[in-house]
Design a protein around this ligand. Structure first.
Ligand code: SF4
Ligand code: MG
Length: 330
């Protein structure tokens, strides 16, 4: 399957030099869902906004590469980037209520996306709007097209957001916590809708979430982010059968699990470090119960293992060799 998105060593910085996205690399293929997983404040949303070049004021991409089907997005002009957004790369956000325009009807808003990216005119536009609303499972789409966002439930609004994203026929859909604001039943329906759409269109999905349940249901590949870096990358089966990084292991331990028979949930002690207070050495060391001196002195390198990778001294070759030689001597 061909690569849709390829991100290499992407760095985003504040004006004062503080690094908020620190050398992120990953690739997503056609028909693949790639999840960025982590607690809030880990840099997941900033990574997504960086790909779209929609960072907040004061944040700049200072190095790296973002290629969408081979084209380097960091070299595009803002006008060219506008055509990419909502076209071959679309985004849906956590809070559909905030992303929809309250004074335009649902149909008008989808029509705007079509006008930007399509040469449809007149009745063909109307027909395509109804078709898109139907595709995302909105009942009575002709009537709904004439309604305003306030007339729709939260789940319907999120469906409209998906319809708007699909209107540009994206090769890549970026979905930032797309179901976090929805109740469980609607959440399941929206996830199903994304899977169905992917199956019929072959679009790639970058899914940003803090929810391991959503990852379990949706993702083919997973990258775990911590303090602006990817600390582990694996296929979903690899990650769920054997999480390697102590942070990933903690995320799993914190998961409510009926099988653990009332055993207390393990919360991860401490919190994600602030940008101006990044620990030297491993950024997770203050919260890691396996940390030793090396962890506090030296930042771990990225280690590639079979089909996956991890950023932790426990897996770096030199440390593993050293521990083995100690074991042999004793
Ligand atoms: Fe824990 Fe050390 Fe691995 Fe960091 S490098 S995650 S502190 S064991
Ligand atoms: Mg976020």
């Amino acid at each position: 399957m061909s690569e849709v998105l390829s991100v290499e060593s992407l760095v985003a910085q504040l004006r004062n030099g503080a690094v908020i996205v620190d050398g992120i690399s990953f690739a997503i293929r056609q028909s693949e869902t790639f999840a960025l997983l982590g607690e809030s404040g880990c840099g997941k949303s900033m990574t997504a906004l960086s790909l779209l070049r929609l960072m907040p004021d004061g944040v700049a991409l200072t190095s790296g590469s973002v290629r969408l089907q081979g084209d380097e997005l960091l070299h595009l002009t803002e006008a060219e980037m506008c055509r990419v957004r909502g076209g071959c790369m679309a985004m849906i956000f956590q809070e559909p209520g905030l992303s929809l325009n309250p004074v335009l009807t649902v149909g008008q808003q989808i029509g705007e996306v079509l006008a930007l990216h399509d040469r449809l005119a007149g009745t063909a536009v109307q027909a395509r709007i109804v078709e898109l609303l139907q595709q995302v499972g909105i009942p009575d789409p002709e009537r709904r097209a004439g309604e305003y966002p306030f007339q729709l439930s939260g789940g319907m609004k999120q469906r409209v957001m998906v319809a708007m994203a699909l209107a540009g026929e994206p090769q890549l859909l970026i979905a930032d916590e797309p179901t976090t604001a929805l109740d469980v039943t609607i959440q399941a329906q929206v996830l199903q809708l994304l899977r169905d759409t992917q199956a019929s269109s072959g679009m790639a999905i970058l899914l940003i979430t803090h929810d391991l349940g959503v990852v379990a249901e949706m993702a083919h590949q997973v990258a775990v982010m911590y303090a602006g870096q990817i600390v582990e990358r694996a296929s979903r089966p690899q990650l769920f059968s054997q999480p390697l990084h102590p942070y990933t292991q903690k995320l799993f331990a914190a998961l409510p699990d009926a099988r653990r028979d009332g055993a207390p949930l393990e919360a991860i002690p401490g919190s994600v470090p602030a940008l101006n207070a990044m620990p030297t050495g491993c950024r997770f060391a203050p919260r890691c119960d396996r940390a030793w001196e090396l962890c506090r002195a030296e930042a771990p390198e990225w280690t590639e293992l079979e089909g996956r990778g991890v950023r932790c001294h426990l897996y770096s070759e030199s440390v593993v060799d050293h521990l083995q030689s100690l074991a042999e001597k004793s």
